[in-house]
Design a protein around this ligand. Structure first.
Ligand code: NAP
Length: 256
């Protein structure tokens, strides 16, 4: 049986990596809806694969007008939204995050705006168009729990995302809207090409495989399956919490 039959979904950053994996999993379960992103070519490519039950709406999640446009157009096309996945985020091409010794206020603001502020306002701008009883999934990260070199600002933003799942669930209780965080570990997506030069990508992925207890990187489809669970009635009693899909990275230490 399809778990999301005719559910109206919005996945921000649905044109790449984890967001696309989630949109594909939603489609498999009978959902319809919108994917967003800034890159029109990858948006078109993604919709060509997802099929005619999905549309793409170009937009920048750090821009309030773009967010409003996304939700209004989705509502006009499909009606009230049942599932919102706040996924857009991660690395910013050409902006080095830095460490406490060399980060700039500009890089701090860029990373916080994308990975925390935009998530808060994505939820806020969606509210007039959400069904009561909707499920909101905020994409967190295992980085919120386990420090990694040069990632302190991003990790702090993602830790705040996990906190938002609690606070926003309380804010939205009267509408029976559930907010949960879904935190991936290391997932094989195009993000690695944004963080290190192409010739080092495989080496960095291998480094993550070496410290992931199940011995592999996750796939976008792994996160897609967990997102289907949080989007569907199967998780009706799960509110304001976090699910880690990280192959054991956070909680299991590989001691030799
Ligand atoms: N891959 C991992 O190992 C991993 C682990 C933990 C958490 N995560 C989280 O998972 C999410 C997706 O990451 P990913 O690995 O799939 O990365 P990705 O392949 O680089 O995808 C990032 C997505 O976000 C969109 N995006 C970025 N900035 C945007 C902006 N300003 N406005 C609108 N859309 C924007 C991108 O689309 P456009 O470029 O077209 O705008 C793209 O669709 C992020 O929140 C990331 O922090 C990833």
């Amino acid at each position: 049986m399809s778990k999301l039959k005719n559910k109206v979904t919005v996945v921000t950053g649905g044109n790449s990596g984890i967001g696309f994996g989630i949109a594909e999993a939603f489609k498999k379960e009978g959902a319809v809806g919108t994917i967003t992103g800034r890159n029109e070519k990858t948006l078109n490519d993604a919709v060509a694969i997802l099929g005619s039950d999905f549309i793409s709406i170009p937009g920048d999640v750090t821009n309030s007008n773009d967010l409003e446009n996304t939700f209004k157009k989705t509502f006009d096309k499909f009606g009230e939204i049942d599932v919102l996945v706040v996924n857009a985020g991660g690395a910013i091409d050409g902006v080095e995050m830095g460490t406490i010794e060399n980060a700039t206020e500009e890089s701090y603001d860029s990373y916080m705006n994308l990975n925390l502020k935009s998530a808060y306002f994505t939820v806020q701008k969606s509210l007039p168009y959400l069904n009561d009883g909707a499920s909101i999934i905020l994409i967190g990260s295992s980085a919120a729990h386990r420090a990694a070199p040069g990632m302190a600002i991003y990790s702090a933003a993602k830790a705040a995302i996990i906190s938002l799942a609690k606070g926003l669930s309380l804010d939205l209780l009267s509408r029976k809207i559930r907010v949960n965080a879904l935190s991936p570990g290391s997932i094989d997506t195009p993000v690695f090409g944004k963080i290190v030069p192409e010739e080092h990508v495989e080496q960095v992925k291998q480094m993550w495989i070496d410290i992931t207890p199940v011995g592999r990187q996750g796939l976008p489809s792994d996160i897609g399956k967990a997102a289907v669970f949080l989007a569907s009635d199967d998780s009706a009693f799960i509110v304001g919490t976090e699910i880690l899909s990280d192959g054991g990275l956070t909680n299991i230490s590989l001691m030799k």
